[in-house]
Design a protein around this ligand. Sequence first.
Ligand code: SF4
Length: 237
Amino acid sequence: MALKDKIKKINKLLVKHFGIPKRPKKLPDPINTLIATVLSQNTNDKNSYQAYQNLKKKYKSWSEVAELTKSELEKVIRVAGLGKQKSSAILNFLKTLKKRNGKIDLGYITEMSDENILDELIAIKGIGVKTASCVLLFSLDRNICPVDTHVHRTLNRIGIVKTASPAKTFEIINKHLPDGIAHQFHTNLINLGRAICKSSKPVCSICPLLLECKYKHKNLEKSDSVNVSRFLLLDSI
Ligand code: SF4
């Protein structure tokens, strides 16, 4: 079966199990998505949402944030962890935008191709492919599936890809992604990875992909229920 058809089949099973994830009527500004994604690295959505809210409540604009010192910003976003790294990335991003365009605005990328947007954003120190691809999906509604650790792990276990890094998974999956499914596929793989196909011990006995999955070390112990948190940071900002 062609990879595109396999993805379609897995997506269908995930939608049947988790449903079609809701999206906000008005998609967030690209700068908001980019900063929220930086805040979300290596922490949970609750903490990164709190750090994002701290920033939005305390400052009127991203221009105000750009004037902060690293340690001032670090204090405000502390709850999300990795304060030094995240404050450097955010300040560098905001200052680079101002230097490039004379203002802190990413409106100009809306006319650009997916590839050019990725290149434009990852050229900024501290911004990786995952962050840039979240801007494409969550703010610009492009058919691009960002690959985080959950998406990388689940796609490898299922057997859709056989890759050693999220970057390689991203490259392959997005070459073969059927039209119009990026948001549901990405979100439902995260739901699966968080609640069922967990890193340490997957709960295969209740997995909607059990019959399709090629993972050799399935855990078939009985389990009645799992806790699925449907809160997704980038659809909530
Ligand atoms: S069957 Fe098990 S390993 Fe495969 S996707 Fe489901 S939970 Fe993950």
